[in-house]
Ligand binder design. Sequence first.
Ligand code: GRF
Length: 209
Amino acid sequence: MPPGELLPLAALASGRGSNFQALQDACARGAIPARVAAVVSDNPRAPALERARAQGVPAVVVERKDYASRAAFDTALADAALAAGARLVCLAGFMRVLSPVFLERFGGMVINIHPSLLPAFPGLDAQKQALDYGVKVAGCTVHFVDAGVDTGPIILQACVPVEPDDTVETLSARILEQEHRLYPKAVALIAAGKVAPPAAGRVARVTAL
Ligand code: GRF
């Protein structure tokens, strides 16, 4: 981004929206050179939409049931984000896998946050998977999105300890605190041109901020 310009991003959220909130807070206090241009949700009851409206961020609903195919739905999602002016898409608890139809519209500028140290524990209930496995260190990952589930090139990771008496709730809360720190940091790296979507099959090279 040229100095002084803000990178417009769209947050795609299906639920609570605390990661959208962390991005919005970081943008609002000028901590990162970005702005949230819209929240797009597939769930009309997502609390993320309420959070967006409360802060004057455009909130858009695109429901799967209104489209005949996954491709048409993904196209509508991309249209909504692009219409808001977004140049980066941040998946923030978005509960659907995006097809290449969507990813191609953004030239790879689609990132996700996942509550595990990928490639361990992709998919649903990552914190429970970590506890069930018995790992002693857990964490979160921000990565570029590809056509797989939680498989794209890693941008940043943060770790937390797993305590002997942890439950899914206590571990999730400890990881979430790191998510809220890590996601804005990853957006800042992208906005500053310190990391970009790599060619297929390559790792993402991150230059220090
Ligand atoms: C987070 O744990 C995120 O890592 C995962 O889904 C959860 C979304 O939480 N992808 P929120 O809606 O951002 O509060």
